[in-house]
Design a binder for this molecule. Structure first.
Ligand SMILES: C[S@@+](CC[C@H](N)C(=O)[O-])C[C@H]1O[C@@H](n2cnc3c(N)ncnc32)[C@H](O)[C@@H]1O
Length: 323
């Protein structure tokens, strides 16, 4: 009880420190995208994945459904499955069902969002011969927990689906995969989802949908800071903005202030002034080329075992093996 309370307090103070560092950063204010996923944010993300404009999740679903059997066949032996940022876990079903036909399989979803983790457990608990142990942790801390549980002779398959890797600004994506690789053993595998380059108007529509769900997802971050830190962001004075940065080949989500205003984040003990027209940068979604995925693998000591791509919505799933 004491230990878990201390952990919660640590997380709150890390969140407060991140907010202060991000909102006082010049010239560009920012808030880390991992904080988009509180209870409401996780549920809004699930709605985004159903939007007609957001083809990414459906492309990933098609690839996993069609190729789960081959993915599993390419990984012989005793495999445990870990998933970084599982979300509701629905796309993972095909992989787990394919493994479970071979032998009993342990699945470890790793999630910062307790809501997503609970949805994931509910979604996948009916699969025979799969046991689920979820970790409410940051990616690397969760993966360390999984490796601590591996038995001799077992290999780990890490799932990092949905192009969440694109949320790391380059070269942070390389650094992150190097950190993952350092935790793994040779022969362990990584199934990496990457959204690929596509026309800019299609991308803008995907991140600024006509129903305004992505706008609500983005604005909820300010609303979360209001709720958890007694801040006084006036939501009506910020507008969601999705823009394409052609230099980095990334969609960026921002929140633009329509007036000069002072905001106090009471429980974090500071206040800021945001000028009219200034933005808070909340998320990056990098769009890859297949050559870039290869280079990412080479730089992080993985070998490409196989790759599947979707033509309807350019997206790739790449099976990498640690060398
Ligand atoms: C873009 S969503 C993708 C969800 C799912 N994998 C999919 O493909 O639909 C990213 C997920 O990662 C989780 N997440 C974000 N940052 C995280 C972190 N640092 N550690 C653990 N989970 C994180 C979020 O809560 C969210 O559920």
């Amino acid at each position: 009880m004491m230990a878990s309370r201390a952990l919660v307090l640590d997380e709150v103070s890390a969140f407060a420190a991140d907010i202060r560092a991000g909102l006082t950063k010049a010239p560009q204010k920012e808030l880390a995208s991992k904080y988009l996923y509180d209870e409401l944010g996780s549920r809004l993300f699930d709605v985004i994945s159903l939007l007609p404009e957001y083809g990414l999740t459906r492309a990933d679903q098609r690839l996993l459904r069609r190729n789960a059997r081959e993915i599993v066949d390419r990984l012989p032996g005793d495999i445990v499955v870990a998933e970084l940022g599982s979300g509701n876990g629905s796309k993972t079903r095909w992989i787990l069902e394919a493994f479970s036909r071979r032998r009993h399989t342990s699945y470890f979803p790793i999630e910062i969002s307790p809501t997503a983790l609970a949805m994931c457990r509910r979604e996948l608990s009916d699969i025979d011969s799969v046991s689920i142990v979820g970790f409410e942790r940051e990616y690397l801390a969760g993966l360390l927990e999984v490796t601590a549980r591996r038995r001799p002779g077992q290999h780990i398959l890490v799932l990092f689906l949905g192009s969440t890797i694109g949320n790391f600004d380059h070269p942070a994506d390389v650094t992150f995969l190097q950190e993952i690789r350092a935790i793994l053993n040779p022969g362990d595998a990584l199934l990496l989802g990457t959204d690929l380059e596509k026309p800019v108007d299609q991308l803008i529509a995907a991140y600024d949908d006509s129903l305004g769900v992505t706008a609500a997802f983005n604005l909820n971050l300010l609303s979360r800071v209001n709720r958890e830190f007694s801040a006084d962001f006036v939501l009506g004075s910020f507008r969601h903005e999705a823009r394409f940065n052609s230099r980095t080949s990334s969609i960026e989500m921002h929140l633009r202030s329509d007036r000069t205003q002072r905001v106090t984040i009471a429980k974090a003990g500071f206040s800021i002034v945001i000028r009219a027209g200034e933005t808070i940068w909340t998320e990056t979604s990098h769009k890859y080329t297949l050559a870039e995925v290869d280079s990412l693998a080479r730089k992080t000591s993985f070998r490409r075992e196989a790759q599947w791509s979707d033509t309807e919505w350019p997206f790739a799933e790449t099976l990498l093996v640690a060398v």
